[in-house]
Write a protein that binds this ligand. Structure first.
Ligand SMILES: [Zn+2]
Length: 448
C-alpha cells in the first residue's frame, strides 16, 4: 500500500514485523516514511519501490514495530516534576509540597516527562486536568500557567509526545464549584496546532477513591458511610444537582467529558445524567477509573457509547487496601475488566506518577487480571490489549483518522520493541526493550 507512488521516502524500516493495530489486524514487513507521515507499508519489495538515492534504509534487527503508544491518562507535568518517584511505590512521594513555581521549573518538568516517555515508546498522552482551579494549588503542577508552558513548547523540536488536554475548573482530586466551572468554560484558550496540543474537553472529579472511603458508593463502607460527591457543597441532593449541571453544560457546548468516578454511585450519576440529556457516542465521554462499575452500568454505558480509562497497576497496588474499606461482595467484583472488555471502549492507562507509565507492565497486569477472571489469553486478546494503548486512545482523542494505527497517510509515530510482542512471551513483555521511538517522522529515542 503506497500513499503516493510519485514520492520517494525519506526513510524506510525493514527487518521488524509491522503491526498496524487496525481493525483487520494487518501485518507488514516494511514501512516507508516521508516528512512526518507514513508513505507506504507492505512487503519489503513493494516498500523498496519508494526508495530513492537520498532515502535512508534502516535495517531493524527483528522485533515488533507498533504505532506510537498513547497513554490516555497520564499527568505529564506532575510526572516530570516528581520523577523518578511514584505515588504508590515511593513512601517519600510528596503529595502536597510545592513542586513548581517558576516558568523554568514548569519547562523542565515537561521536558523531563517527554524525554522519559520517549524512552518508553510513548508518543501521545492525555494530560487530564489543567486549569484555573489549580492556579493556587499546592503543587503548581496543574494551573493555567502549565497550559501556557505547554503551548510555548508545542511544535518545538523538544516535543516528543502529542498532548491532549482536559480542562479542570476545580481542584485536582478535590472540590469544584458551579460558578468557577461556568466562568472557566467561557474562557478562551490560546490557539495551538491540534495535532500537537489539543484541548478536547473537561475533567470533573465526581468523587475520591474507595481505599480512602471517599468514593461515592451504593453499599456502605465497613464501619459505615458511603462517601460523597465532590461537586458543589451542602446536602447530597445539592451536590448531585451541581454535578448534573456541570455535565449538561459541557455536553451542550459539545465538549468531551472525562469524569473521575470510582464509586458505583458516582458512576451511576454520570451515566444517568447522560441518559437524561439523550447523549450518544458523538462526544466520546468517558469514565476515568470506574473501579466499582456494575454489570448493569457497563451495559448502559455501552448503549450510550461511554468509554473507560482503566489503570490496572493501580488496581494491583490498591486492591488489598480497598478490600479493607468496602464490604467483601464489593471487593470481589471490583475492576470488572472482563465485562469492560466485552461492553465498552476501553483504554489502559498509567495515571503516572500515581503508578509507573511503563505500558509493558500495565498490559501484562491487565492480561493477568483477565486470566483470573476466566478470560483466556488468546491471540485476539493480545491484539485487543495493545489496541487499548494505540487505536482506542486515538479514538478517545478524536484522532483515529490520522494516528493510532499504521497506514499510509497517517502520522509516522512508531514504537519499535525488541521482541515478538504478540508471541508466546506475551507475559514477559516487560523484558522486551524499547529500541526506538519515532514521532512525526523524527527519531526521538534510540536505545544505546
Ligand atoms: Zn489522574
Amino acid at each position: 500500500m503506497i500513499d503516493n507512488p510519485q514520492k520517494t521516502a525519506d526513510l524506510i524500516f525493514v527487518g521488524a514485523k509491522v503491526h498496524a493495530m487496525d481493525a483487520r489486524n494487518a501485518q507488514y514487513d516494511a514501512i516507508a516514511i516521508k516528512d512526518d507521515m507514513i508513505l507506504a507499508v507492505g512487503s519489503e519489495a513493494d516498500v523498496l519501490k519508494c526508495k530513492g538515492p537520498e532515502t535512508q534504509l534502516h535495517q531493524l534487527a527483528g522485533g515488533t514495530l507498533l504505532p506510537g503508544i498513547n497513554d490516555a491518562h497520564l499527568h505529564g507535568v506532575w510526572y516530570g516534576a516528581t520523577y523518578p518517584k511514584l505515588m504508590f511505590k515511593d513512601h517519600d512521594f510528596d503529595w502536597h509540597g510545592k513542586l513548581l513555581d517558576s516558568e523554568e521549573g514548569r519547562e523542565t518538568a515537561i521536558l523531563t516527562a517527554w524525554e522519559k516517555l520517549a524512552a518508553l515508546g510513548i508518543t501521545s498522552y492525555t494530560e487530564p486536568g489543567i486549569g484555573p482551579g489549580e492556579d493556587h494549588g499546592a503543587t503548581g503542577c496543574f494551573g493555567t500557567k502549565v497550559f501556557d508552558t505547554y503551548a510555548r513548547l508545542t511544535g518545538t523540536k523538544a516535543q516528543t509526545a502529542r498532548v491532549t488536554m482536559l480542562r479542570l475548573f476545580g481542584l485536582l482530586d478535590g472540590a469544584s464549584q458551579l460558578d468557577d466551572y461556568m466562568s472557566g468554560l467561557d474562557q478562551a484558550l490560546p490557539q495551538t496546532d491540534p495535532k500537537w496540543l489539543s484541548v478536547n474537553g473537561v475533567k470533573i472529579f465526581a468523587d475520591g477513591i474507595p481505599p480512602m472511603r471517599s468514593a461515592w458508593t451504593l453499599a456502605p463502607y465497613q464501619g459505615g458511610g458511603h462517601g460523597e460527591l465532590l461537586t458543589g457543597a451542602g446536602t447530597e441532593d445539592e451536590r448531585l444537582d451541581v454535578f448534573r449541571q456541570m455535565i449538561f453544560e459541557a455536553h451542550k457546548r459539545g465538549l468531551q467529558i472525562g469524569v473521575h468516578a470510582t464509586g458505583d454511585r458516582a458512576s451511576d450519576a454520570f451515566i444517568q445524567a447522560l441518559e437524561d440529556v439523550g447523549a450518544d457516542d458523538a462526544l466520546r465521554h468517558y469514565i476515568i477509573h470506574g473501579d466499582l462499575l456494575t454489570p448493569e452500568q457497563l451495559e448502559r454505558m455501552e448503549r450510550l457509547g461511554i468509554g473507560i480509562d482503566l489503570q490496572p497497576l493501580i488496581a494491583d497496588q490498591t486492591h488489598d487496601w480497598l478490600a479493607q474499606a468496602v464490604n467483601a461482595e464489593v471487593a470481589q467484583r471490583a475492576w470488572p475488566l472482563h465485562l469492560m472488555v466485552k461492553h465498552n471502549w476501553l483504554t489502559l492507562t498509567s495515571d503516572a506518577p500515581v503508578a509507573s507509565p511503563d505500558w509493558r507492565h500495565i498490559v501484562v497486569s491487565a492480561a493477568k487480571r483477565l486470566q483470573q477472571q476466566q478470560v483466556p489469553l488468546t491471540d485476539e486478546l493480545k491484539v485487543e490489549l495493545l489496541r487499548m494503548y494505540t487505536s482506542v486512545p486515538a479514538y478517545q482523542d478524536f484522532a483515529e483518522s490520522w494516528k493510532g494505527t499504521i497506514a499510509p497517510g497517517k502520522v509516522a509515530d512508531l514504537c519499535w520493541v525488541g521482541g515478538d510482542v504478540f508471541g508466546e512471551d506475551f507475559l514477559h513483555l516487560p523484558d522486551m526493550p524499547i529500541k526506538l521511538t519515532m514521532v512525526g517522522g523524527r527519531i526521538v529515542y534510540q536505545q544505546n
